[in-house]
Write a protein that binds this ligand. Structure first.
Ligand code: NAP
Length: 247
């Protein structure tokens, strides 16, 4: 038993969980007792590594921007473990570029995966959660949703959109025992930030009061808390996990 954070008997779908933050979330939810559906988009070998680090878990390939593929993801979950009590919308991509040079395709694709993907999954999850009068939904936004960031107009718009989606869904689903919250990570060590040069990395670390980038595990702890019964009266909120870089 894990006390307030006990997730035995719960099933979680975590999107974009083959690598990085999603993988750490799966590992922690699994350690706390949940059965986990590890969603990924293309890299099955990495998803296999995530599976190997979890207890009761399956992997399922689905592009979250595609409604039909999301439906199949939820059907697979239902067939394997039953309907999910927990949904973590973590799948996210970047296609950075300055405003004047950004193509419509790059703008649309980032919005489709990061924001529409969360809409698709929240819609599917809320059906069974409303029936069960219980649910925990966590959307992974970003510190840049609040701070802004040059060269990421598509990504920042998608992550700010997620904060609005969180509040609207929270208001709509609160009476059915479902909480909907956002976690907004700062700079976290994953493939997404791996291409930064040492100079950029040092400059960024200097702007973080704790003086370091975060780890995927730092984010997973906040997500697990919001998925637990300890967070039952918290909904529509954004929890920053950023070492103090934005307060
Ligand atoms: P990552 O290492 O690049 O991993 C991204 C994951 O998302 C991968 O598992 C990838 O699948 C999956 N994915 C990509 N497109 C998808 C799609 N269309 N459908 C389903 N899955 C898809 O990213 P990360 O750094 O862990 O980021 C996770 C989340 O945290 C993202 O939403 C990101 O925006 C957010 N975030 C990250 C940071 C940071 O500093 N790293 C900061 C703030 C917020 P494959 O492995 O199959 O390619």
């Amino acid at each position: 038993m894990n006390g307030f954070m006990d997730l035995h008997g719960k099933t979680a779908i975590v999107t974009g969980a083959g690598r990085g933050i999603g993988r750490a979330i799966c590992i922690l939810l699994s350690r706390l007792g949940a059965s986990v559906v590890v969603n990924y988009s293309g890299n099955g070998a990495e998803a296999d590594k995530t599976l190997a680090m979890c207890g009761s878990a399956i992997k399922f390939r689905a592009d979250v921007s595609d409604e039909d593929e999301c439906r199949r993801l939820f059907e697979k979950c239902e067939a394997s473990f039953g309907a999910p009590q927990i949904l973590v919308n973590n799948a996210g991509i970047t296609r950075d570029g300055l405003l004047m040079r950004m193509s419509s395709d790059d703008f649309d694709r980032v919005l489709d995966v990061n924001l529409k993907g969360a809409f698709n999954c929240v819609k599917l999850a809320s059906k069974s959660m409303m029936r069960a009068r219980y649910g925990r939904i966590v959307n992974i936004s970003s510190v840049v949703a609040s701070s802004g960031n040059a060269g990421q107009i598509n990504y920042v718009a998608s992550k700010a959109g997620l904060l609005g989606l969180t509040r609207a869904a929270a208001a709509e689903l609160a009476a059915r025992g479902i909480t909907v919250n956002s976690v907004a990570p700062g700079f976290i060590e994953t493939d997404m930030t791996a291409s930064l040069t040492d100079g950029t990395r040092e400059a960024m670390s200097a702007r973080i009061p704790q003086g370091r980038f975060g780890t995927p595990e730092d984010v997973a702890g906040a997500v697990a808390f919001l998925c637990s019964d300890a967070a039952g009266y918290i909904t529509g909120q954004t929890l920053g996990v950023n070492g103090g870089m934005y307060m």
